[in-house]
Ligand binder design. Sequence first.
Ligand code: FER
Length: 298
Amino acid sequence: MKYLQIFFFVFLLTPFASNAQLSEKQAPQRFDSFLENIPHGTIDTVTYSSATVGTNRNALVYTPPGYKKNKKYPVLYLLHGIGGDEKEWFKNGQPQIILDNLYFQKKLSPMIVVLPNGRAMKDDRAIGNIYGSDKVQAFATFEKDLLNDLIPFVEKKYKVFTDRENRAIAGLSMGGGQSLNIGLGNLDKFAWVAGFSSAPNTRNPEELLPKPEEATKNLKLLWISCGDQDNLMRISARMHDYLRNNKVPHIFYVEPGGHDFKVWKNDLYMFSQLLFKPVNTALFSQYTVLGSSASITD
Ligand code: FER
């Protein structure tokens, strides 16, 4: 009986104790290695009609290993950067490998991941001057395309939960800015929001969250991350300062690295494990990889 009690305490209650420890601060070796003999998810290309753009647009969709058509799933919208398109994550980050491996280790809550093209214009390819004002504007127009065209399409085509607590938005760089702008600007639609190395398209925090207490009340998780060598650190640091000053719980995850997929793959590994699960804000301050102020909950 005594052993049973000890077992119960050590293995079942420990994660909920106030001294709970974060088990990993960065992805381990081989987190992104393809493992032949484990179950794999599926990547499909889907095409939706966009009233916003006036064209048919493509997105990639990753369904998890063991995906069942008649089961309901939450959805993560995962956005690319200024030089990318709907295939950028797939080509350079291979999120399906990272997620397959995490599922195999039972570290993920089952979800569908949608990889859209965030450049909402007729020719949405990353060609010519990718910093051109028409292209940058198209990353802002994507908000309408996502909310009015893509999300309704996904919710019709797949059996998914449609409430805010079952919808997440995350992205890298330009897509990080979009995720913060769209996620924080539409708290009725998203409860999980993440910006990886967010770009200067990120709106000023004061404009984005004039009522920070609404973010505190509504968000399940707000994740801000950036490599310590990234020239865009000021964007993430500015957001973190505003959130800290206004007591909005969030993770500010500063990791070694620059503006590249090594950082973003690690972000996906760390962030995805938190999604669609009970959130322990007591662990937020333990995410710091570098520096003493890298994470803040108060
Ligand atoms: C900028 C610098 C970087 C900018 C966008 C980026 C719109 C985006 C980088 C990326 O997505 O990797 O001044 O302005």
